[in-house]
Design a protein around this ligand. Structure first.
Ligand SMILES: NC(=O)c1ccc[n+]([C@@H]2O[C@H](COP(=O)([O-])OP(=O)(O)OC[C@H]3O[C@@H](n4cnc5c(N)ncnc54)[C@H](O)[C@@H]3O)[C@@H](O)[C@H]2O)c1
Ligand SMILES: [Zn+2]
Length: 397
């Protein structure tokens, strides 16, 4: 049917916008040592002769672990005063999953950013773990539709994965990352020294994302992880630093070359193991760390891959053995939430995952170590069998 009052239907004008993003990711040590040029270089790289205004927010736990940090930051900016100036003294904000869960914390941070009268070319420098960077990046992206953000990730997970990517967000209505934006940072500086105060638990938890990206993209990295499992489990600095570098490069490469950096499609291979993980995080009220939940989620999808006839049992054994050697527990009682003989609530994670991605359910499974494949259906009886395998194995460990 032709539109009214028109003999010829006009084709729509097709608007096309191409925007390219570029941001440096530094691997450095002692970023606030006055002689370290990296932060100043990163901030002034577009306008090298200007003086740049910064607001520096530090996750409270990091400031507590590094009692001199706020003063060091002030001294650093003072030392580089030709290029940098502070909008206010560096200050602390709550971090961890609490910051992503509590709307009042978000509002407090946004109020602070408002009071600083930042313009769109000002910088918000965020120092903290993955949850703090997700939260702070989300808040900063709302200010004038996005001020420049420099991330200084302070955990293994954030330095290898979340801190180098393009996603920011907070949790709401009991759903992980329900509110969020794609907003690439202006720069990222991974300072190895911050990891010195990270607990063993959080250091190991961050390694889950390394195993994940190896499993879907890089069999050689998986073999490296196997060879270095003992020193990694002991949190030795040199192998941890190498794990972070390789993990970050694989994530950066995926974002740059997958053809879908802002995830318009339904496929999300970097979320291997995450449908169950996100559900487990909320089911346990964040008793499980993100990385710990991801390890369980990957074990589950690995066993499912075997039961679906996609993956050799020997490959699955290597994957589970590596996770255990790194120190992960592959069973958690939350997997049974729902009650004996009832449908485990964790399976609701699939529907929530589909909703988050949109379109058809798309879950990554494995056909080999280093090779992911997209599946559009997870059969519940098979998933229950995978859960039963995991329960037996977890109880044995
Ligand atoms: N945006 C993304 O693309 C992306 C990707 C993966 C994960 N994530 C998110 O990242 C979050 C997990 O990040 P995480 O593993 O860094 O956890 P986290 O931010 O909760 O940090 C873990 C713990 O370590 C503490 N901490 C941080 N740095 C420290 C340091 N240097 N010394 C001592 N303690 C320190 C924190 O206070 C916290 O208690 C989750 O919310 C997850 O959903 C986001
Ligand atoms: Zn993750």
């Amino acid at each position: 049917m032709l539109p009214l009052n028109s003999e010829v239907r006009l084709p729509p004008y097709l608007q096309k916008i191409t925007v390219s993003y570029e941001y440096p990711v530094y691997f450095t040590s002692g970023v606030f040592d006055p002689v370290n040029p990296d932060l100043t270089e990163a901030i002034s790289r577009k306008e090298p002769t200007r003086r740049h205004r910064l607001a520096v927010a530090v996750e409270r736990a990091v400031a507590e672990a590094w009692p001199q940090l706020l003063e060091q930051i002030t001294a650093y900016v003072e030392h580089h005063r030709e290029r940098l100036e502070l909008a206010a003294a560096p200050w602390c904000e709550p971090g961890g999953e609490t910051a992503k869960n509590d709307a009042a914390i978000l509002q407090g941070f946004q109020t602070r950013l408002h009071q600083l009268r930042l313009d769109r070319q000002s910088f918000v420098v965020l120092v903290g773990g993955g949850a703090f960077l997700d939260f702070g990046g989300y808040a900063a992206a709302m200010v004038h539709r996005g001020v420049r953000v420099v991330r200084l990730p302070t955990t293994v997970l954030a330095q290898g994965d979340s801190g180098v990517g393009v996603k920011n967000g907070i949790n709401a209505f009991g759903i992980k990352n329900f509110f969020g934006v794609f907003a690439p940072p202006f720069a990222v500086l991974n300072d190895a020294r911050f990891l010195e105060t990270l607990s063993r638990r959080d250091t190991v938890a961050g390694m889950a994302e390394a195993v994940k990206v190896a499993l879907i993209r890089d069999v050689e990295f998986f073999a490296w992880l196997e060879r270095h499992a003992a020193p990694l489990a002991a949190c030795r600095a040199a192998p941890v630093a190498e794990l972070i570098r390789r993990t970050a490069h694989l994530h950066l490469d995926h974002i740059a070359t997958s053809g879908d950096p802002f995830e318009f499609g339904s496929a999300r291979p970097l979320d291997f193991g995450h449908w169950a993980a996100h559900k487990l995080e909320s089911l346990t009220g964040n008793r499980l760390r993100h990385g710990e939940a991801v390890a369980i989620g990957m074990a589950l999808d690995t066993l499912y891959s075997v039961l679906a006839g996609l993956l050799a049992p020997s490959a699955a054994e290597s994957i589970l053995a590596l996770l255990e050697a790194l120190g992960f527990a592959l069973w958690d009682e939350a997997l049974e939430t729902g009650g004996a003989g009832r449908r485990p609530v964790v399976l609701d994670g699939l529907a929530e995952f589909r909703e988050h991605l949109g379109g058809e359910l798309t879950v990554t499974l494995l056909t080999a170590i280093g090779r992911g494949v997209e599946a559009h259906e997870i059969r519940e009886p098979v998933a229950l069998e995978a859960l039963a395998h995991l329960r037996r194995r977890g109880r044995r460990a």
